[in-house]
Write a protein that binds this ligand. Structure first.
Ligand code: FAD
Length: 341
């Protein structure tokens, strides 16, 4: 995990604005890496409203959050950005040669001449359920996401929640778990009907257990869970478990961005409106994370910010280069880069 990845530009955040920045930077021949905490690209569009229609994307009278993300990924394909998902950028420092060094919680290192912060509302962090003492078990036997399914093999798994994540992992982990119990406060589920149907089939076949109620206490020691108490209207029951996965949704927190030595204004990053550069030369901020007079948190504004940022970034990567303004409709050199001629 000590790989060092070198690119012209590292983009923190693969939301719609980070994705489109790959396109604008690519037209100017800059190579890019995209890093995101989530397990898929698309930021808020993919995580918070994949099926909701958006009505103010230029040229698309109506497109869903997921649909827009798919189109953006298709559009940036010619530039072959590297995707580094499931990792959070933890540190950002300048090297003696002026380039930036970034490290993630997965242990990898990135070196780049330019950093683009497209971190939106910050990092998505799982909501912690209100169970006393749960902190002591986190990352040892209580997990808020499944990074490696093998960690759950032959364990007594307890999944808590009634949404898509809870149901998806119930279906995926049941075949490898020693036992699996699903706990939800109601017997109605806010998940894809097909998943709910499959879960009921497992329940009827006796392959999983279901308990209605809320987790009120945990048992175990040294971070290793042995059981949980489920409290319901009718009383308390105890469930044996060695792994617990609570899925209570995500909240957005600014996270480590606050420690990178960039000026902040009420948790947003002030930028100029010619280059969208931060108080640190070579570090840009685009999309929902930035602020300037008149700022609107709209996807289309983030796209514009990316276009202007790219011009300034190209100048940092190669100060001697003269950038000629070109249209994609009429420039054969741009069309070659896009692979359309
Ligand atoms: P985000 O989409 O927030 O993406 C940021 C990404 O950065 C995230 O994936 C996050 O995981 C990642 N990240 C953050 N910190 C780190 C870190 N340290 N390391 C690694 N990764 C990190 N806008 C419109 O224009 N039209 C609409 O109709 C519209 N409808 C909306 C409806 C809802 C319900 C919501 C919630 C928003 C809506 N928006 C709409 C707003 C729009 O979604 C945002 O403006 C847009 O997502 C901002 O894009 P972004 O790329 O800047 O940030």
């Amino acid at each position: 995990a000590t790989e060092v990845i070198e690119k012209d530009v590292v983009i923190i955040g693969a939301g719609p604005v980070g994705l489109f920045a790959v396109f604008e930077l690519g037209l100017l021949d800059l190579s890019t890496a995209l890093i995101d905490i989530l397990d898929k690209p698309g930021g808020q569009c993919a995580e918070l409203y994949p099926e909701k229609p958006i009505y103010d994307i230029p040229g698309y009278p109506e497109i869903t959050g997921e649909g827009l993300v798919e189109k953006l990924i298709e559009q940036i394909k010619p530039f072959n950005p590297s995707f580094h998902l499931n990792r959070m950028v933890e540190s950002l420092d300048r090297e003696a040669d002026g380039r930036f060094r970034l490290t993630t919680d997965a242990g990898d290192t990135f070196i780049a001449k330019v950093v683009v912060i497209a971190a939106g509302g910050g990092s998505f962090q799982p909501k912690r359920p209100p169970v006393p003492g749960i902190e002591a078990y986190e990352n040892a036997s209580v997990f808020y996401s499944v990074r490696r399914m093998e960690e759950f093999r032959d364990h007594d798994v307890l999944i808590v929640g009634g949404g898509d994540s809870a149901l998806d992992w119930t279906l995926n982990l049941q075949p490898i778990a020693r036992s699996l119990t699903l706990v939800h406060r109601r017997d109605e589920f806010r998940a894809a009907p097909d998943s709910v149907k499959k879960m009921h089939a497992l329940l009827e076949a006796g392959k999983i257990d279901f308990q209605m109620g809320q987790i009120s206490a945990l048992q175990g020691d040294n971070g290793q869970l042995t059981g949980a108490t489920v409290k319901s209207k009718t009383g308390e029951t105890s469930v044996g478990c060695t792994r617990m996965l609570p899925f209570f949704g995500l909240t957005m927190k600014l996270g480590p961005v606050a420690n990178w030595g960039i000026n902040l204004e009420e948790n947003l990053i002030p930028v100029d409106t010619a280059k969208f550069e931060t108080s640190e030369p070579g570090i840009f901020a685009i999309g929902d994370i930035n602020t300037y007079p008149g700022k609107l948190k709209l996807i289309l504004c983030g796209f514009h910010e990316g276009a202007l940022m790219a011009q300034a970034a190209a100048h940092i990567v190669d100060p001697d280069r003269r950038i000629v303004f070109q249209y994609t409709t009429s420039s054969s050199s741009l069309q070659k880069k896009l692979g359309v001629i």
